[in-house]
Design a protein around this ligand. Structure first.
Ligand code: ZN
Length: 174
């Protein structure tokens, strides 16, 4: 169950409003993009455990059968490189810089430890899950990867091919 707090009062400053809004979205575990991916994966026949504390870093999904963990990362909070959603707040820039650096360092340490322990690691950025057709495409790519021998996967909106081809043709890369 996710508790939704009422909208902040008009008296609050814009800064703390922005901050608390971001904090709230970050605190949510079952975010919409993650749930969309879960359902798509489930529909493709994959079974997983959620947020298990038994695996380092408490990955969003764990698929023991495939010795795989999946992280669904918010682009802002986890600093998706080069992503348009990884914006830099102008207010309290230093505060955010410290937060971001800590997040990136922790993600990287967790990832290294998991790989070291023999897990395969997939990172799905939320920008790849913003539209239903993108979710389907991401789930397809994730499914293919799960059945492969490849150790890591990283999917952002740039990596996920949209069937309708949103202006970009990704069919010929060779
Ligand atoms: Zn992104």
């Amino acid at each position: 169950m996710t508790a939704h707090k009422p909208a902040t009062s008009a008296g609050e400053s814009a800064v703390s409003e922005q901050r608390s809004r971001i904090m709230r979205s970050v605190a949510q575990k079952d975010t919409k993009p993650e749930m969309a991916l879960r359902w798509a994966l489930h529909a493709r026949g994959f079974r997983y455990r959620l947020h298990t504390t038994k695996v380092r870093g408490q990955p969003d999904l764990v698929l023991p059968k495939y010795r795989t963990v999946v992280f669904v990362h918010g682009c802002f909070w986890h600093r998706h490189p080069g992503c348009r959603y990884a914006t830099n707040p102008k207010m309290r820039a230093e505060f955010w810089e410290v937060k971001f650096a800590a997040n990136v360092a922790r993600d990287s340490a967790v990832r290294a430890a998991l790989l070291e322990a023999g897990w395969r690691v997939a990172t799905i950025w939320e920008c790849a899950l913003r539209k239903p057709e993108k979710v389907a495409a991401a789930a397809d790519q994730l499914s293919t990867w799960l059945l492969s021998e490849t150790e890591t996967l990283e999917l952002g909106e740039r990596e996920v091919s949209s069937p309708k081809g949103e202006g970009e043709d990704v069919s010929s890369c060779s």
